[in-house]
Design a protein around this ligand. Structure first.
Ligand code: GLA
Length: 722
């Protein structure tokens, strides 16, 4: 069989071209030379139909063969990657292989985020498929990054026919496996409790999750892992897929009648109905895939490296982010310039580098009922201009940052009174309200232009080094008055393109700006957003103990550099729990570190501790951000203590972090089995000076001190001595 093979350093991916141009998926796994068609089996299967040309060969059916980009209409009744409809309402497609070629470098996608790499670091394979009857072409793009062991995918659909068609589904990737003995690891959650890891066996039928909220969502993350049942952090086979997209998506894992598995991710097909006139082209969002034969930790490391160096862009990609203080939980809407300066002064004196003014500085906004859309500084409330405020903060030695929520509008705002038709609302119906706000139709360029201009003027009018870009409700009532686009079928996607356009143009205009993403915390925490914003506020839940679990789930697909993480006040505002400043600091250090409280309220001893935390985070920054992150506890198996570590790439250093989650009388001693150390070296723990063999740290495990009290935390720095 003619094959197309992609090799990375440690993995191989192979497609095969069956007679008459059916494109099969043959292999994705550890590096292997040679052809994989010998693993296929052909049998005459009941109720599995045959292509017309092969009707005499009843053992050939698309219904069970592993397919590269399955389409609805050629006899495959499993979940398709591609489904289109003609203007007459006919669902049909039969995509057949035409040609393929390899070009140096990594493809880009117009208007959408995509992995990038130098021409020496990547190559692109283009595989052209065609549906003869309609003239529709689908080009499958594969970006191969050999050194990273990553393969990206994107489908480009072109209507080369004479009649319009409607795209109903165009997944970013589809992966078929010859057996079904897998488990699905995915990341579900809710507002203030995002990305909880859940692992379930693959069962017959489909398991799906996604978002129909307009953002990638708090509820399900567009990152998924398929593992073998025996796979652990330390060993075993697993495949990860990350969708670079921040809106409605759908991920589906299917186990078919012959116990074979199929994994897909892409745009949500539900209510997706995208017209393509003759000559028009559609690009799917990109999916990045990786295979690890060395367990989940290694798979995460691949995605961490990919996102850090080949997704995040701009000046802040590689440099240490400033330690920030955000006033939200310190003041909420209740502030004036003087109060802010009081908070800022204390922060500056303790070593904070960036002061962020959150919600409430613009329009008339003293609660969440009004003001969104009016990006005009409320000088009356501040009792000074924004330029003055920023100037005074800079004089304290800090940078200055600002919160925005560009996609939203309150009914009680000048913008809404002037342009009520700019918000999503359906004529004749009352819109669903979320936090008392409506969503602006960012699929319309004139609306993006207006908001971008208003916000740019604010940024240009004061010295502003940082922006927190928020989005605080799910999208509903989708309708736009612009003719031709009245339907949900395109707008939810065009909306996301509008958000990306806003971010692209904002960064082009202010290239030195650090932009942090946010969506009521981590409701839009995805690799697409990280292309524009190198860090994202991980969750509105700042309780250190809950954060451990949120950061644990987040770490499977995303690097710590992407995680905005702050020390906040106790009792915690979300849970009412009190945890020591020491523990809060250690948890927040596993991210882009900051504070979210009025430091004036701390005792002198606590203030000294804040100084120390900032020093430690700055000293350990390169180990934390460039080191390899290891999850050292499994929440369901280790309910009493959590642990994670950062190990330098040369295995010379380790920062081990431990937090006790429960306390018991006469407590057994938990041992934390470290990972990623050099078994032949001795490691010295700096606070005690004691030596530990690397092999034994990984085998016996480091003993957790048994000390009475709740939520104790330890941070141990180990250095290899020989
Ligand atoms: C969202 C964010 C918070 C804060 C508020 C302001 O909830 O996640 O951090 O910025 O909005 O309204």
């Amino acid at each position: 069989m003619e094959t197309i093979t992609l090799h990375t350093k440690h993995t191989t991916y192979q497609m095969g071209i069956l007679e008459h141009g059916f494109l099969l998926h043959l292999y994705y796994g550890p590096k292997a030379e040679g052809e994989m068609d010998g693993f296929l089996s052909y049998y005459d299967r009941g109720f599995s139909a045959n292509p017309y040309e092969l009707r005499d060969q009843r053992e050939i059916s698309m219904d069970y063969l592993p397919l590269e980009y399955p389409c609805y209409g050629n006899g495959d009744h499993r979940s398709p990657a591609f489904r289109m409809r003609t203007a007459d309402g006919v669902f049909a497609a039969d995509l057949r292989y035409q040609s393929s070629r390899t070009v140096p470098g990594k493809y880009a996608i117009p208007g959408l985020p995509a992995v990038y790499a130098g021409d020496q670091e990547a190559y692109t394979v283009e595989v052209l498929l065609e549906d003869k009857a309609s003239g529709v072409e689908v080009t499958l793009l594969y970006g191969v990054l050999p050194k990273l062991d990553v393969i990206t995918r994107c489908a480009v659909v072109k209507n080369n026919g004479t009649e319009p068609i409607f795209l109903n589904k165009a997944a970013s990737m589809s992966l078929d496996f010859l057996d079904g003995d897998y488990e699905l690891l995915h990341f579900y959650g809710r507002h203030a409790m995002e990305r909880m890891a859940e692992r379930t066996p693959l069962c017959h039928g489909s398991q799906g999750f996604g978002s129909r909220r307009g953002s990638s969502s708090h509820q399900h993350n567009p990152f998924v892992i398929l593992t073998r049942p025996e796979t652990t952090e330390r060993s075993g086979c697993c495949w990860g897929v990350s969708l670079l997209y921040s809106g409605n998506f759908w991920c589906e894992a299917e186990k078919d009648q012959f116990h074979q598995a199929r994994l897909q991710i892409g745009l949500l097909p539900e209510m997706f109905d995208y017209p393509l006139a003759p000559g028009e082209v559609f690009f799917s969002p990109e999916a990045a895939m990786a295979y690890s034969g060395k367990g989940l930790a290694h798979l995460s490391h691949i995605f961490h490296r990919l996102i850090r160096r080949h997704v995040c862009r701009g000046r802040f990609r590689d440099v240490r982010r400033p330690v920030l203080l955000n006033n939200w939980e310190a003041t909420y809407y209740d502030f004036d310039g003087k109060r802010l300066l009081d908070i800022a002064r204390e922060a500056a004196s303790l070593g904070v580098e960036l002061f962020v003014l959150d919600d409430g500085w613009f329009g008339v906004r003293n609660d969440d009922n009004s003001g969104l859309g009016d990006w005009i500084v409320n000088e009356e409330k501040l009792d000074m201009t924004l330029a003055d405020l920023s100037h005074q903060i800079h004089r304290m030695g800090m940078q200055f940052g600002l919160w925005i929520e560009p996609e939203m509008v309150n009914e009680d705002s000048a913008l809404y009174r002037q342009h009520p038709d700019w918000a999503f609302q359906i004529p004749g119906r009352k819109p669903v309200m979320g936090r008392n706000q409506l969503v602006l139709d960012f699929s319309r360029k004139e609306i993006v232009d207006h908001v971008l201009e208003a916000i740019s003027q604010v940024i240009a009018g004061a010295r502003i080094e940082y922006i927190k870009m928020d989005m605080n409700r799910s999208i509903s009532d989708v309708y736009t008055a612009v003719s031709g686009y009245q339907n949900y079928g395109t707008i939810m996607h065009r909306y996301v393109l509008g958000v990306y356009d806003f971010l692209e143009r904002l960064s082009a205009r202010f290239p030195d700006l650090l932009i942090e993403g946010c969506n009521g915390g981590g409701g839009r925490f995805d690799a697409g957003m990280l292309y524009y914003t190198p860090q994202i506020w991980c969750s509105d839940d700042t309780d250190a103990i809950e954060r451990i679990q949120i950061q644990h789930g987040t770490s499977f697909g995303y690097p710590v550099s992407a995680v905005g993480s702050h020390v906040s006040a106790v009792p915690n505002h979300q849970t009412g729990r009190s945890v020591s400043l020491h523990t809060r600091g250690i948890v927040a250090m596993a991210g882009s570190f900051g504070f979210e409280l009025d430091l004036n309220h701390l005792t002198d001893r606590e203030k000294e501790e804040v100084r120390e935390q900032i020093r430690t985070w700055k000293d350990c920054w390169s180990l934390i951000q460039d080191g390899l992150y290891y999850r050292l506890h499994e929440p369901s198996r280790h309910p009493d203590s959590a642990a994670w570590s950062f190990v330098s790439p040369d295995r010379q250093e380790m920062l081990l972090n431990i937090v006790t989650l429960d306390t018991h009388a006469n407590c057994p001693v938990p041992h934390i089995r470290c990972m990623g150390l050099d078994p032949k070296r001795q490691y010295q723990e700096l606070s005690s000076g004691r030596l530990f063999p690397g092999s034994a740290l990984m085998h016996t495990g480091f003993p957790v001190p048994v000390v009475p009290g709740e939520y104790n935390a330890w941070q141990y720095h180990f250095i290899a001595v020989n």
